[in-house]
Ligand binder design. Sequence first.
Ligand code: UTP
Length: 300
Amino acid sequence: MGRERIRKAVIPAAGFGTRMLPATKAQPKEMLPLVDKPAIQYVVEEAVNAGLEEICIIIGKGKGSIEEHFAPSPDLERFLLEKGKEDLLREVRRVSELARIRFLLQPEPRGLGDAVLQARSFVGDEPFAVLLGDDILVGPVPPMTEVIRAARERGGSAVLLQRVPREETVRYGIVAGTEAVPGLYHLTRLVEKPSPETAPSDLAIIGRYVLQPEVFELLEEVKGDRSGEIQLTPALEGLARNRDVWGVLLNGRRMDSGTKLGYLKATVELALGREDLGSEFADYLGEILKEYRRGGFEPS
Ligand code: UTP
């Protein structure tokens, strides 16, 4: 038990993305580009790098562009071939060959818990990974890999954690637990969006999980919250009552590309990390920041 290989990943990407309106009026936030790739491609690549072989993306109505992005594009490929643009052709083909990806519809965005529940038949009776389609993580070790390692070595489920300022606990699932070894917590409580006064800690659950399949039965029982959303955290609390749930502290940085500031941070970090762009972009940022701080900055 608990040593089973984790092969499947569920990527919920069916939310309305209201915090990025109007950009998300006619396109999913997961398809907004970060440098030259849509956000969700970074997430799929992280899943593939963590050894996950079968991927299921939960999409909503009007999110067909996500499906199209990961499908072969014969016309485009022919065009690139004719123009001799082999580098781009390789890149385009690589996207459609990244993994075996299946798409499932969440008929209405009724919450993250409801989105995960759509993947029940895809997952079957084995532990599986969940990666949120808009959480971009950078760090020395791929975070999904770390969460999978914790679940396999310790048994049970595991979630990724990050410390957040106390006043922000209302935006996250917050946990309580004991630190087993530095950076690894054995969780006893998982509470959705507590106020700063009642939050059991400042450790927030962020978008990477390994869950045992019992989570589906628990999700069936979760009632809508104040805004009618079926959340994932109450089912995780249920998991923790019967089996171990581990919390892995993020070793790196997280950008929520579904918020304006998070989107900007993700763009800057990913661009600075690029071999082909990083140093020129850093020079540019240095220049405009100097100007901005002198007060003479004129946005174009
Ligand atoms: P968020 O809460 O960040 O997404 O959910 P949202 O609801 O689209 O955002 P706002 O608040 O309106 O701006 C985290 C992840 O879960 C997915 C989202 O697509 C996102 O990747 N999600 C959320 C679903 O798949 N279905 C839902 O019903 C809700």
